[in-house]
Design a protein around this ligand. Sequence first.
Ligand code: PLP
Length: 406
Amino acid sequence: MIDLSHLRADFPILHQQVNGQPLVYFDNAASSQKPRAVIDSLVHYYEHDNANVHRGLHALSNRATDAFESAREKLARFIGAASPEEVIFTRGTTESINLVANIWASEFLKPGDIILYTGMEHHSNLVPWQLAAKRSGASVQHIPVLEDGTLDLENINALLTEQVKLFTCVHVSNSLGTINPVKELCARARALGITTLIDGAQAVGHMPVNVQDIGCDFYVFSGHKMCAPTGIGGLYGRAEVLAKMPPWHGGGEMIDLVTLETSTYKAAPARFEAGTPDIAGVIGLGAAIDYLETIGIDRIHEHGAALTSYAMQRLTELPGIRILGPATGDRGSLTAFHLASAHPHDLVEFANTHGLALRGGHHCTQPLMKRFQIPGSSRASFYFYNTTAEIDRMMEILHRAVTFFS
Ligand code: PLP
């Protein structure tokens, strides 16, 4: 396994005690920690360049605009978009999906159409489509999940039909760690003229992502899961698809010409970014990409896979454990499990008393918990600053928990 432990020095928050024990932070799938470089970029912006973007003709506004637009260029390059104009800044994955489910759907969904998602989607990739279906008269269907945590693609030809107008799928499951075959699925969908949206919340910043290679129409993600501040994220939209979409929010920045009677609008991305954006957040996201690129996304992925495989191997020591998701093969850098002896909430509270941050519950995937007939799971999710020594510490704590709860 590559040793990236020197990078821990870049994360001030990791060097603290929780409940008298050194913090072990394994809740990265919920939100990652932020390196000094990202925190400094926010301070620098507010101390030196703070001004509104795009509108000013003065030095501060020009500097803020340059930093803002250069972050868009970095992001476009990082996810393999054909141009920065295909990258729209949003508050994150949830807002990006809602934008498409409101705007694209209002234009293109009609009664009788089908929205196809999967049984392992996060609530934020289910609820907006259910709402869109209700508004448009379309219906929703899903691809089931197999016992091993992969998609049941045996009947895919019966599900992915010409009646489907929108197909959406999570790239890396936040509850199972499954990496879905999004490229193959998008190719099938595209052959039938179906629009595609991929939820990359657990993929961007963790593994190489190239939206053109995947061949999707939309790809969505959150900055806070990849070292950037909270409240900033992105929506990739293929230029041709964005060009056909009406605006979402109306206001400053997204217009060309306004009269008292009517308005005309700018092209993407400005068309979808009404009002003053989260300038500091965007600059922080740009700094996060710089930071991740100095480590290398391949190395981050390799390290996450090695940590996950080590954790999954050690977790089998625990009596009565059920580990969810694929047992072998490439997977996301997280593992979720259910212990017969303890409810996930009790287990996570026990872990917290020992300084270990896990997550317990349904992880915003209630249909998946129902599918596996469990009340919830405990999840350990890793990032490049985590170590095998921390996994060993987690195992010590979980062994104690098993004794405590039995
Ligand atoms: N999709 C997946 C797979 C996620 O893991 C998450 C967050 O955990 C989301 C969507 C929602 O992300 P956000 O709350 O940042 O909008």
